[in-house]
Write a protein that binds this ligand. Structure first.
Ligand SMILES: NC(=O)c1ccc[n+]([C@@H]2O[C@H](COP(=O)([O-])OP(=O)(O)OC[C@H]3O[C@@H](n4cnc5c(N)ncnc54)[C@H](O)[C@@H]3O)[C@@H](O)[C@H]2O)c1
Ligand SMILES: O=CCCC(=O)O
Length: 493
């Protein structure tokens, strides 16, 4: 039965039945955990409870895996065209219900409604993209040196996939994994983020409406038992792939657990993106790019700029123009008209942001806008200048609305600084010099480079990193390959 908070949340939707206080296994919404426990989910803006979901454990995870295996056996025998048709219906339903999806995203994640609508579109685009890829996953014929022999290469879905997803994109981080898995002929067990399970549950409601077979997608909800559930997903022999988006520390743990059964892994982990503005840049474009890249989702994306390196000739101008724009942001509840930036996800995130700002201040940084907590989970969008190269922010992503501006003199210097980090997800730079554009793009140690733009994200690009930002790609044709294995058939004729 729905809780009073859950009923209130459901009433905000055009289609209240999309709000489920449940897990989802084998096509059924399950409101009770074996342990009997539930956990509350709160709105990060108001800190009020918006609903409850079952606190599931290892037993339910094993059940979900078994159902996923059964569903995989039939789904893997369907044609790419059949998978396309169901996925296309699923996509159409996501689009038709995008207002409700956006409302749930704002409710549980806090991002402004306009951004949540953007995510509803972005998230749905992965289902559409992979539906279209499902019919084009070609094999190969390799000429044999042996007379009378033919070598055929076919692709097959890897099997049951476990997806462990974060809270910062409650829809898109799931559809990016799920879309590829379904297109490849795989089934999925998703461990929903404890902070944002309701978007995920609305998603599977629509999947079911679209005709996705029972057991093909399963959602385990857990909080207290999260580590045990994660370990089960990594160690269970029936699961053939682990896909994870989140912090590097958790990625390392999951990889060590997954090594016991040598699962295929793709990990999209933390970044520490350099954002470089050269003297020859278009400063208006660079400021606009920094606003989009640094402050999107209040700084809580893995591809957000974390270190802004500005060449000495334009440092003062860039800093004052950026500060002028940041000062005009309207921070508030994502449902309020005019809100440009929402809250941080929770108190732990706030502690990290405050620690980074205090450290920068102690080391001589000048706060020219913002710099402190407003109330609850809200932090002032902040710009700090004159920071030395060894502040905490230089080595650890803040995941918050703080732009630290480092000054540099030469291209050689800034490349050394930009690459002086263990991680390498994305990097950005602004320059009009064609030679420099190629030199710097090739030299940056990252998986994705934005040149004269602060936005990369689309379903058609290979999204992912190098170094300790993980491996594997999501989205694009490369993303589909992560969910398939290649099989050789040698035929003597
Ligand atoms: N790459 C990204 O998009 C992304 C997303 C979220 C967080 N982060 C990074 O991580 C930092 C901390 O945020 P966080 O605490 O939410 O990240 P996290 O890595 O702890 O959590 C991400 C997801 O992993 C799950 N998880 C955590 N420990 C697990 C375990 N042992 N087994 C199975 N699942 C587990 C959580 O339920 C969550 O849904 C952020 O400041 C940021 O740097 C990155
Ligand atoms: O935060 C991780 C993913 C962000 C994106 O897809 O743009």
């Amino acid at each position: 039965m729905a809780s009073s908070e859950g009923s209130k949340s459901a009433k905000r939707l055009n289609k209240p039945e999309l709000f489920h206080e449940a897990a989802f296994i084998n096509g059924k919404f399950i409101t009770q955990a074996t342990s009997g426990g539930t956990f509350a989910v709160t709105d990060p803006a108001t800190e009020e409870v918006i609903g409850h979901v079952p606190d599931q454990g290892v037993k339910e995870t094993q059940e979900a895996i078994q159902h996923a295996y059964k569903a995989y056996q039939s789904w893997s025998k369907t044609t790419g065209r059949q998978r396309h048709d169901i996925m296309k219906k699923f996509y159409d339903l996501l689009v038709a219900n995008s207002d409700d999806i956006a409302t749930i995203i704002t409710l549980e994640n806090g991002k402004p409604l306009a951004d949540a609508k953007g995510e509803a579109t972005y998230g749905a685009s992965f289902i559409e993209w992979f539906a279209e890829e499902a019919v084009r996953d070609y094999g190969d014929i390799i000429p044999s040196p042996v007379a009378g022999q033919r070598n055929l290469v076919i692709k097959q879905g890897v099997g049951v996939c476990a997806a462990i997803c974060p809270w910062n994109f409650p829809l898109a981080m799931i559809t990016r994994k799920m879309g590829a898995a379904l297109a490849a002929g795989c089934s999925v067990v998703v461990k929903a983020p404890a902070e944002t399970p309701f978007t995920c549950l609305a998603l599977v409601h629509l999947a079911q409406e679209a005709g996705i077979p029972d057991g093909l997608i399963n959602i385990v909800t857990t909080d207290k038992h999260m580590k045990d559930v994660g370990k089960e997903l990594c160690e269970n022999k029936t699961v053939k792939k682990i896909t994870f988006t989140g912090s590097t520390g958790v990625g390392k743990l999951l990889m060590s657990q997954a090594s016991s059964t040598l699962k295929k892994c793709s990990f999209e982990l933390g970044g520490n993106a350099p954002f470089i503005v050269f003297d020859d840049a278009d400063i208006d474009a660079a400021v606009a790019g920094a606003i989009a890249c640094k402050f999107r989702s209040s700084g809580q994306t893995c591809v957000c700029a974390n270190r802004l390196y500005v060449q000495s000739g334009v440092y003062a101008e860039f800093a004052s123009r950026l500060a002028e724009k940041v000062d005009k942001f309207k921070v508030g509840n994502g449902f309020e008209e005019g809100t440009t930036h929402g809250p941080l996800i929770h108190a732990r995130a706030m502690e990290k942001v405050e620690k980074h700002v205090e450290d920068a201040k102690k080391r001589g940084g000048q706060v020219i806008v913002g710099g402190k907590r407003i109330k609850g989970n809200f932090f002032e969008p902040t710009v700090i200048t004159d920071v030395p190269n060894d502040i905490m922010i230089a080595q650890d992503e803040t995941f918050g609305p703080v732009a630290a501006l480092f000054k540099f003199e030469t291209e050689e210097d800034v490349l050394k600084l930009a690459n002086d980090t263990d991680v390498g997800l994305s990097g950005y730079f602004y320059s009009k010099d064609v030679g420099r554009i190629f030199r710097v793009a090739e030299a940056l140690e990252v998986g994705m480079v934005g040149v004269n733009t602060g936005m990369l994200s689309q379903s058609c690009i290979p999204f992912g990193g190098i170094k300790e930002s993980g491996f594997g790609r999501e989205g694009s044709k490369y993303g589909l390959a992560e969910y398939t294995t290649v099989k050789l058939i040698t035929l003597a004729i």
